[in-house]
Ligand binder design. Structure first.
Ligand SMILES: *Cc1c(COP(=O)(O)O)cnc(C)c1O
Length: 383
């Protein structure tokens, strides 16, 4: 069989970068605009206004030119001082990143290690934040992308808030747009996101929103590029401190317009549906979900049965079908496939990837009722 009949181009099914829709690509190809012009200030400010409801805040999110990690670094630099006691939840590669980042900046870090694929409980977090008397800030993910676990922020944080009065900083880079965020209502102090995940843009922008409390308690550390106070003063008028990634801002405007035309509730329920279809697929082909209790709506991690090499599954998906899935890292290497349905991903896109996965599983000798996975996904999508 000539597999190119099915996939004539690279298809991204990995949790970032996600596919870029045509209207965003077209807008991002606009290059003849000057960033010190009223025309651009207006576009920049409009993007901030359209971002705010996705963060669920009355405060305007700032737009930074960097990958998502730059947004995480900006949070640490602007909100902590050397020697501050901070608490970090580490349930995978991105929890580990908070751990490394806060240590790099000289924080006194207490870490809660949880098994990969699980979400932390309220009790675990309260134990963590009360380990020391002066815990200034808690750092965690909403969605641990390396495992596909969603930390149920909407119930977790309000419960933690009743007892913990420090800053709460949430890396929402892979959850925003797929899971609702209401940072004001849930009393979250800082939310970070990135362009190449739920927003369907190429990589290069980070978004960060701070609560009033966070703004009033900025750190005294020296800083230059990621000076959020300076950015806030300028960005209110559409002026970023440094040259912004102009083409990405143009693309962002198009992406946000599409999101608001669709409606945010419809966007969240769409992601929920894509996730349920992917989970139904996994059940039908006999793959266990890695995160049984708290699977994300951004991606679905499926465990590869013993005796089958998950790394080869990922390789074959790319070689035979030009389908780019993500595999497992570190302790999950060769053991999972991570299937993304984050961003501008239609139900037909979701089916495409599942078809490829079903072929490759079959080729690898995994025994299941061939075709049952896609059928189960279709049934879920029709409901
Ligand atoms: C993708 C991602 C990041 C940031 O990655 P960059 O490569 O710096 O954009 C951070 N946290 C999570 C949870 C992510 O999924």
């Amino acid at each position: 069989m000539n597999n190119r009949e099915l996939f004539t181009k690279n298809r991204l099914f990995c949790p970032g970068p996600t596919p870029v829709p045509e209207q965003v690509l077209a807008a991002a190809s606009e290059t003849s605009i000057y960033h010190r012009s009223d025309e651009f200030y207006k576009i920049f400010r409009e993007c901030m206004d359209m971002l705010a409801p996705i963060f669920g805040s009355k405060n305007l999110p700032l737009i930074l030119t960097s990958s998502g990690t730059g947004g995480l670094e900006a949070a640490v630099v602007n909100l902590t001082d050397p020697g501050d006691q901070v608490a970090v939840v580490n349930g995978g590669k991105f929890g580990e990143r908070w751990d490394k980042l806060t240590r790099t900046y000289g924080c006194d870090v207490a870490t809660l290690e949880i098994p990969w694929g699980t979400a932390p409980t309220v009790e675990q977090i309260l134990e963590l934040t009360s380990r020391r008397k002066d815990t200034k800030a808690l750092f965690l993910q909403a969605n641990e992308t390396s495992t596909g676990a969603y930390y149920k922020i909407e119930s977790l944080i309000p419960a933690v808030r009743k007892h913990f009065k420090g800053l709460i900083v949430v890396d929402c880079i892979s959850s925003l747009c797929a899971h609702e965020m209401r940072m004001d209502d849930w009393e979250i102090d800082c939310v970070v996101a990135g362009s190449q995940k739920g927003f369907g843009l190429p990589p290069g922008l980070a978004f960060i929103s701070l609560s009033d409390r966070a703004w009033n308690g900025l750190s005294k550390r020296p800083r230059f590029y990621f000076d959020l106070k300076r950015e806030r003063d300028g960005q209110a008028g559409g002026r970023s401190a440094w040259t912004p990634a102009l083409s990405l801002i143009m693309g962002l405007q198009a992406a946000l317009k599409t999101m608001h035309t669709t409606g945010l509730p419809a966007m969240y329920s769409h992601h929920d549906r894509m996730a349920r279809a992917s989970r139904a697929f996994a059940a039908a082909v006999g793959l266990d979900l890695l995160c049984k209790d708290s699977p994300s709506n951004s991606l679905t991690s499926m465990s590869i049965p013993d005796g089958i090499d998950g790394s080869k599954i990922i390789k074959d998906l790319r070689a035979r079908y030009q389908a780019f899935f993500a595999g497992g890292q570190d302790q999950l290497k060769g053991k999972v496939v991570r299937y993304s349905h984050l961003g501008f991903v239609s139900m037909f896109d979701v089916i495409d990837g599942l078809v490829a996965l079903e072929f490759v599983l079959n080729d690898a000798g995994h025994r299941f009722d061939f075709g049952a996975g896609v059928k189960a996904a279709m049934s879920t999508l029709r409901q």
